[in-house]
Design a protein around this ligand. Structure first.
Ligand code: FAD
Length: 444
C-alpha cells in the first residue's frame, strides 16, 4: 500500500503527525509538497518567504534522502496535483495537516471532493492545542487570551513523535525544480529543520523572562520563521520547555500559547484576516505620504525608524518593535491597520496570516485586546525598552554619533534628521478625536 504525506506548514521529520500517520498506515510513502498558485495569487508569497521556503524544501529533501526517501515537489492547484501524484504512485490515502486560514479551508474542501474518505486530516500538527479543541461555554472560540491561556495549560498536549528512521518511497515519481526569485532583504536566516533545531539548541531560554523585551539585547529565540513553516514543532518546543521549567521557559511557553490563540481565532473567523474582528473602525485617517514615511523608516522617531529598517534588512523585527511600529501607524498616525499588516507580510520571513493579522488588530484596537484604547508612546517606550539607545544606533547609523538615550530625541540635538511627522505632544490626538474613546486614552 502507498500513502501520500502532503506537506504544508509542517516541513519537518521530527514530531510530524502527518508523516507519522502516512508512514504507519502504508508500506510506502510519497512525501509531497505542492506550491499552489492560489498562495502566490493571494499575495502571501513574499520573496523573503519564498527564499526561506526554498531552503526548507532542500533541507527536507536531504533529510528524507538520508531515510531512504525523497521529496516530490509540484506546482499547481493542490488537489489536482495531489490526484496526479496519487495516480502515478498508486496511492490509496492522503494525509494532510488541518490549516486555519480561508485558503487552507478551501484546499481541504477541494481535497475532500477529490479523495473523499481517503483523505485524512490531522489537526495536531500546526499548533499545540488544535484550533477549536478548547472553547468557552456557548462560543466556538476564545476572544480573550487570559482565560484561553488557562484552559490551554490544562488541556492535554499530545506526546512528541519520533522522526521515522526509514521511509520507503515508490520509484519513478517525477519532481519539479522550483525556481524562486531571490530574497528582498539582504540578511535573511537560513531555512530548514536542521537550521531551526540548531538555533533552538544554541538559544538560552533561561534568560528569556528577563530580557525578552530588551530591544538591544536581541535575546528572543528568533524561532518564528521556523515555526511558521513548521520546520520546528510547537508541541515539541512546548514539551521541552515545560520539562526544563523555570521562569524563562514559562514565559516562552506563554508566547507559544499566544500563537495558538491567534490560530484558533482565525480558524473560527477566517474573515478576520481582512475585516475588523470586533470594533468596526472606518474612520481611519488617509495619508499616503505618512504611510510611506513609516514604511521607509523616516518618521522622525528613531525607535520607530529603527524597527522598520530592521524589518527591511532582516525580514524580521523584534516583538517590542513590532508593537511600537504598529501602534505608531494605527494609534499615532491613525492609519488603517491593513496598510501596516500588508507591509509586514510583504517582508516578514515569519509573516503569518493568523499571527500577523490578529496581532495587528490587537494593536489597532479592533481585535482581541481587552484595552483597545491604549496608545504606546514611542518616546516612553524607547526610554524603557532601549534605555541605552543601542538598538537605535544599530539600525539608524546616521544617528550613531548621538550618545546614550539622547538618540531617541534627535530634534533636540541634530538638525539633519527628519523632523517628527507628528509632534510629540500630538501622539495620541488623532486617535482620541477620530474615534470615541471611553474615558481618557491610556498612555503606557
Ligand atoms: P519569541 O519571543 O522567542 O517567542 C517564541 C515564539 O512564540 C515565536 O517564535 C512565535 O511563534 C510565538 N510568539 C511570540 N509572540 C507572539 C505573539 N504576540 N503572537 C503570536 N505568537 C507569538 N509573529 C509571527 O510569527 N508572524 C507574524 O507575522 C507576526 N506578526 C506580528 C505583527 C505584529 C504587529 C506584532 C505586534 C507581532 C507579530 N508577531 C508575529 C508576533 C511576534 O512579534 C513574533 O512572533 C516574534 O517577534 C518572533 O520572534 P521570536 O521567534 O524571537 O519570538
Amino acid at each position: 500500500t502507498v500513502s501520500i504525506a502532503l506537506f504544508t506548514q509542517d516541513l519537518r521529520l521530527h514530531d510530524n503527525p502527518v508523516l507519522h500517520a502516512a508512514h504507519t498506515a502504508a508500506d510506502q510513502v510519497v512525501p509531497l509538497f505542492v506550491l499552489d498558485p492560489a498562495v502566490e495569487g493571494a499575495g502571501f508569497a513574499a520573496p523573503n518567504r519564498l527564499a526561506f521556503l526554498s531552503d526548507c524544501l532542500a533541507d527536507l529533501d536531504a533529510s528524507l534522502r538520508r531515510a531512504g526517501s525523497r521529496l516530490t515537489v509540484r506546482r499547481g492547484a493542490t488537489a489536482e496535483q495531489t490526484a496526479k501524484v496519487a495516480a502515478e504512485a498508486g496511492a490509496g490515502t492522503v494525509h494532510v495537516a488541518a490549516g486555519v486560514s480561508a485558503f487552507a479551508h478551501r484546499r481541504e474542501e477541494r481535497l475532500r471532493e477529490v479523495f473523499g474518505d481517503r483523505l485524512h486530516v490531522h489537526d495536531a500538527s500546526l499548533t499545540v492545542v488544535p484550533a477549536g479543541r478548547i472553547t468557552p461555554a456557548g462560543r466556538d472560540h476564545y476572544a480573550v487570551f487570559t482565560p484561553y491561556h488557562r484552559a490551554w495549560r490544562q488541556a492535554p498536549h499530545r506526546g512528541v513523535l519520533a522522526a521515522p528512521r526509514v521511509i520507503r518511497t515508490p520509484d519513478g515519481i517525477g519532481s519539479e525544480n522550483l525556481v524562486f526569485r531571490g530574497p528582498l532583504s539582504p540578511s535573511l536566516p537560513h531555512g530548514g529543520e536542521r537550521a531551526g533545531r540548531e538555533l533552538r539548541r544554541r538559544w538560552d531560554v533561561d534568560a528569556y523572562a528577563d530580557v525578552h523585551d530588551d530591544l538591544a539585547a536581541d535575546a528572543t529565540s528568533r524561532l518564528s520563521p521556523y515555526l511558521h513553516f513548521g520546520c520546528l514543532s510547537a508541541t515539541e518546543l512546548t514539551a521541552g520547555a515545560l520539562q526544563r521549567g523555570g521562569p524563562g521557559a514559562e514565559a516562552f511557553v506563554r508566547q507559544l500559547a499566544w500563537r495558538d490563540f491567534h490560530h484558533q481565532v482565525l480558524a473560527a473567523r477566517p474573515d478576520a484576516a481582512h475585516r475588523d474582528y470586533r470594533t468596526r473602525d472606518d474612520r481611519w485617517h488617509r495619508d499616503e505620504r505618512e504611510a510611506e514615511a513609516w514604511r521607509q523608516g523616516r518618521t522622525g522617531y528613531p525607535i520607530i525608524d529603527a524597527g522598520m529598517r530592521q524589518l527591511a534588512e532582516e525580514g524580521w523585527m523584534h516583538n517590542r518593535a513590532r508593537l511600537l511600529t504598529a501602534s505608531f501607524l494605527t494609534k499615532s498616525l491613525y492609519l488603517d491597520w491593513r496598510i501596516g499588516a500588508a507591509h509586514f507580510l510583504s517582508l516578514l520571513v515569519d509573516g503569518d496570516i493568523a499571527v500577523n493579522q490578529l496581532n495587528w488588530q490587537w494593536v489597532a484596537g479592533t481585535g482581541t485586546d481587552t484595552r483597545p484604547n491604549r496608545v504606546l508612546n514611542p518616546l516612553r517606550q524607547a526610554d524603557r525598552y532601549d534605555p541605552t539607545g543601542d538598538y537605535v544606533r544599530r539600525w539608524v547609523p546616521e544617528l550613531a554619533h548621538l550618545p546614550g538615550p539622547s538618540v531617541h530625541r534627535p530634534w533636540l540635538l541634530d538638525g539633519d534628521y527628519p523632523p517628527p511627522i507628528v509632534a510629540p505632544e500630538d501622539l495620541t490626538a488623532r486617535f482620541q478625536h477620530g474615534r470615541p474613546v471611553l474615558g481618557a486614552g491610556e498612555r503606557q
